[in-house]
Ligand binder design. Structure first.
Ligand code: AR6
Length: 170
């Protein structure tokens, strides 16, 4: 039985075997949660990311967590820029981020996701949370008893409220 939980705070300090980064397709860092993860993990993370050669929207790649001692691995997922797609295609690409991240976390016990694409990439938090929860639920049906906990990490209080509302309704 896998627990789906919500947490408000900084994902770089959240204890989970795998933490997910909301990256861009260069995988070379940026602002938002990406910047926070690179600052906390240290320069070895950038060196590791350079070797990955980027990733397309909807894809994910895994690295070590370096100086982030609360995690073992970081998954770098590239979410869609919301305005660049139809809502249906954006949802499919966001779902693909969650699915690919969960697939990479097989072999670990816990994973924590930030609200991918809902910052500078402009995906409405409520819609993004629905996609996240639907994708996680489907993945769990196909992959039972692999993970103990999947945590959705909100940075702001309003995002946390949206996520807990959606969790309660699901
Ligand atoms: N812990 C948890 N969540 C955070 C943190 C943190 N430390 N910092 C921000 N968030 P964003 P995106 C939340 O913009 O929309 C970067 O430059 C934030 O409040 O980080 O996928 C990349 O390099 C929001 O809810 O990611 C890309 O170029 C969520 O994380 C681009 O931004 C995602 O916001 C990706 O944009």
């Amino acid at each position: 039985m896998t627990t789906i939980a919500a947490y408000q705070g900084d994902i770089t300090r959240f204890p989970a075997d795998v933490i997910v980064n909301a990256a861009n397709s260069s995988l070379l860092g940026g602002g938002g949660v990406d910047g926070a993860i690179h600052r906390a993990a240290g320069p070895d993370l950038l060196a590791a990311c350079r070797l990955l050669g980027g990733a397309d929207t909807g894809e994910a790649r895994m690295t070590d967590a370096f100086n982030i001692r609360t995690a073992q691995k970081i998954v770098h997922a590239v979410g869609p820029v919301y305005r660049n797609y139809s809502p249906e295609n954006a949802a499919e690409l966001l779902a693909s981020c969650y699915r690919n991240s969960l697939d990479l976390a097989k072999g670990y016990r816990s994973i924590a996701f930030p609200a991918i694409s809902t910052g500078v990439y402009g995906y409405p938090i409520r819609d993004a949370t629905k996609v996240a929860l639907a994708t996680i639920t489907t993945w769990l049906a196909e992959n039972p008893a692999i993970l103990d906990t999947i945590t959705l990490v909100a940075f702001s209080g309003t995002d946390f409220d949206t996520i807990t509302d959606s969790l309660r309704a699901s």
